[in-house]
Every structure is written in structure tokens, then in C-alpha cells.
Design a protein around this ligand. Structure first.
Ligand code: HEC
Length: 99
């Protein structure tokens, strides 16, 4: 989670600075390679895992688009869509400690 938050922060800094390499690297850091340990995955509901895979895929797609010459506007649109997954999942799921 914190990796994704850090990615969002660096993507926005990269956009402001006009540094698309920074945007691409920051997005890639939260791509599919950042998914959780498979042993932990078995404990999570399928719909949760699916949302998780989607958000990581969106980060990869943002990185790919940036590499292939996406405009700032395009990156912003992708960012808006991507952060919708953060909001949706946080609204639906909570982590709770079991006693
Ligand atoms: C598939 C579900 C899911 C998605 C998608 C998701 N999160 Fe989370 N996130 C959670 C859950 C569950 C928690 C635990 C907090 C809770 O119990 O409410 C959490 C917690 C966090 C925390 C607090 C972590 C900590 O160390 O205390 C941050 C920061 C966070 N998410 C950022 C993000 C960002 C940014 C995105 C989108 C880029 C995102 N999350 C997308 C499920 C998700």
C-alpha cells in the first residue's frame, strides 16, 4: 500500500517537473511486480485479489503509456481512473485483527 502511495506522489512530482522518466519509474514500481506474496493471496477473497491485480495493471499501463509518449493530460486521465480503484477498495474492505 505504501509503495502505491509513494508511486502516486512521485508520479505527480514527475508530472509537475515535466520529468516523464520519473513518472514511468514511479508507476512501474507499483506494477504487477509489486503484487503480494502468493502464500498470503490464498487468504484473501477473489474479488479483492481481482481489484488488486487491476490497480497494479493500471500502474503498468501508465508506465507503458508514458514510455510511448503519452501527454500530461493522458497521464492525468489515467491517474484519475487508477485512483478510483484505491477509493473503491478502501470503501469495500477493512483489515481486522482476529483475537
Ligand atoms: C484491493 C483492495 C485495495 C486497493 C485496490 C487499494 N488498497 Fe490501500 N488498503 C486496502 C486495505 C484493506 C487497507 C487496510 C486499511 C483498512 O483496514 O481500512 C489499505 C490501506 C492502505 C494504506 C494504509 C497502509 C498503512 O501502512 O497503514 C495506504 C497508504 C493505502 N492503502 C494506499 C492505497 C493507494 C494509494 C491505493 C491505490 C493506488 C490503494 N491503497 C489501493 C486495500 C486496498
Amino acid at each position: 500500500m505504501r509503495t502505491m502511495l509513494q508511486s502516486l506522489n512521485r508520479i505527480m512530482h514527475g508530472l509537475v517537473a515535466g520529468d516523464l522518466v520519473m513518472v514511468e519509474e514511479a508507476a512501474r514500481a507499483s506494477g504487477m511486480k509489486a503484487t503480494i506474496d502468493p502464500r498470503f493471496e490464498q487468504k484473501l477473497p477473489p474479488s479483492y485479489l481481482q481489484l488488486g491485480r487491476r490497480v497494479h495493471t493500471r500502474f503498468d499501463q501508465l508506465a507503458d503509456a508514458t514510455r510511448t509518449g503519452a501527454t500530461r493530460d493522458d497521464v492525468l486521465k489515467r491517474l484519475a481512473a487508477l485512483t478510483g480503484y484505491c477509493v473503491a477498495c478502501h470503501a469495500a474492505y477493512r483489515l481486522e485483527e482476529t483475537p
